[in-house]
Design a protein. Structure first.
Length: 490
């Protein structure tokens, strides 16, 4: 008896050691986009999803459940390689799921109702999570990258890529079915392999991942979008079975009462077809519906630079009190890619809404619709290929382009030299009409202070510091401090 017990104990210890020595997630390697850039891209795209697709509110049982399941999977990822994952549910009939760079993940209701058990759903989510973990979209952007792509994060006036261009470079674009991400077969094989490890660690049988893909293929019409975004790397099931063959056995968790309940509930939800969603995106109905339902996108990732541009008028055309826009004296640093800049703690960075748009750093009350009455616009320009231009000429061309853009912009004074981040640039005062009326309700003059700074690649960064003429001097110290804080990168 005693001997047998000892033997059993030794066996048990051996097994435990094997379990402890189970599969580990691979080093995800590096991507040409920084972590912050990936997070920002993902948040921009997620904000777009909330405008172009219906999304269930965070409080819905479906979202709550997907979030809990997602968090169980995220817990398997070592913190040094993890991302600010967040989970959203789209009331779409077809089976689909996608994850954006940096971690926002969207799962269709159709995927929940099509899954036989929790393990299959965990399989789809682990696979998506693996794309984020391996930084596939960002690496894809690198493959097509030109010298100006990273610069394109800022958007540009004369033909470099803006934020949407950057999204497209990363393989993300909006199609009839919503957001399209195209992965290569190699990426797919890797997402399966990494997804399998996440599943195993979370206690699910990795073969459920392949089960679900197989079921999709058999269903034909319901899942074509997902399958075309995630092409079969070939023998998915065999590859996964080969991978897990030597992993220590586990008592896998197949499903849960929670899953069964949510799936049943989800089957009764009002869902939309991809076609209905595409039509609604054209008429702009989802943004309103989402808002009414309380499905409001919040960048919860804790980055300071990712607040998506709001298309809601904040200030209206009412006069703005200086109090509501006054900058905090504490500057915090924002990394915009080609440059870092300090901004008042209480002003936000607003990412460009579309290609070529400026990045804006402004107080919420200083922005109305597309116009900014207080704050800073930042952008970049690049002369067309082969057109070498002096900084003076480029600055003049820039002002002319701005004037053609329909601003009643006038130059006041002469172009001056100015030093920014140790580089000689140009400074030019201009004036126009403020989007905000003065305190008396009448239109008021605006001061627009343009600063251009050349970069080593021939492109030029520019800043326009904006405030009503009457208040500009009160903001100038802040603007001076912001300029002084600029650090050029690359
Ligand atoms: Zn995939």
């Amino acid at each position: 008896m005693a001997l047998a017990t000892v033997t059993a104990l030794i066996l048990l210890v051996g097994q435990l050691a094997a379990v402890v020595g189970g599969p580990e997630l691979p080093n995800p390697g590096s991507a040409p986009l920084t972590r912050e850039q990936q997070i920002q891209l993902g948040l921009q795209a997620a904000a777009q999803v909330y405008k172009q697709m219906p999304v269930l509110p965070d409080s819905s049982p479906e979202t709550q459940y997907i979030r809990r399941l997602g968090e169980r999977l995220v817990a398997q990822i070592p913190p040094q390689y993890s991302w600010p994952f967040e989970f959203h549910v789209i009331p779409q009939k077809e089976i689909n799921a996608f994850a954006l760079p940096g971690g926002p993940m969207f799962v269709n209701v159709g995927t929940i109702t099509a899954a036989t058990n929790e393990a299959e759903l965990a399989g789809v989510m682990s696979h998506e999570m693996a794309h984020v973990y391996m930084q596939h979209a960002a690496k894809q952007a690198g493959k097509q990258q030109t010298a100006s792509t990273i610069f394109g994060v800022l958007g540009a006036l004369l033909g470099t890529q803006g934020a949407l261009g950057q999204l497209a470079q990363a393989g993300l674009q909006f199609g009839a079915q919503g957001l399209i991400l195209k992965y290569s077969r190699e990426d797919e094989a890797q997402a399966d392999a990494v997804g399998a490890i996440i599943m195993y660690k979370a206690g699910y049988n990795p073969t459920a991942l392949a089960d679900f893909f197989q079921k999709l293929a058999a269903q034909g019409s319901a899942g074509p979008q997902f399958l075309s975004d995630h092409p079969n790397p070939g023998n998915r099931m065999e590859a996964i079975q080969r991978e897990i063959a030597n992993w220590p056995p586990k008592n896998y968790r197949t499903s849960s009462p929670e899953f069964e309940k949510v799936r049943q509930q989800a089957a009764g939800l009002r869902v939309y077809t991809g076609e209905e969603i595409a039509q609604g995106a054209k008429s702009g109905e989802w943004a309103g519906l989402n808002r009414r339902n309380g499905a409001i996108f919040r960048a919860s990732a804790g980055t300071d630079s990712a607040a998506p541009a709001s298309d809601e008028s904040v200030g209206g055309t009412r006069p703005v009190s200086l109090q509501s826009v006054l900058p905090s004296s504490r500057l915090v640093t924002s990394n915009l890619g080609p440059l870092k800049i300090g901004r008042p703690e209480n002003w936000r960075v607003m990412a460009p809404a579309q290609r070529g748009d400026d990045i804006r750093i402004a107080p919420a009350a200083g922005v109305t619709g597309n116009a900014i009455g207080y704050g800073v616009l930042i952008n970049g320009v690049q002369p067309r290929q082969g057109q070498g231009m002096s900084l003076d000429n480029l600055t003049t061309a820039l002002v002319q382009a701005m004037q053609r853009g329909g601003n009643d912009l006038r130059i006041v004074g002469n172009m001056q030299r100015i030093t920014v981040a140790g580089v000689e640039g140009r400074s030019l005062d201009m004036e126009s009409t403020s989007p905000f009326p003065g305190a008396n309700g009448h239109p008021q003059k605006e001061r627009d202070w343009l600063v251009t700074v050349p970069r080593t690649d021939g492109s030029v960064l520019y800043f326009v510091f904006v405030a009503p003429q009457a208040q500009f001097e009160q903001l100038r110290p802040t603007y001076d401090n912001m300029l002084r804080s600029v650090q050029l990168q690359r």
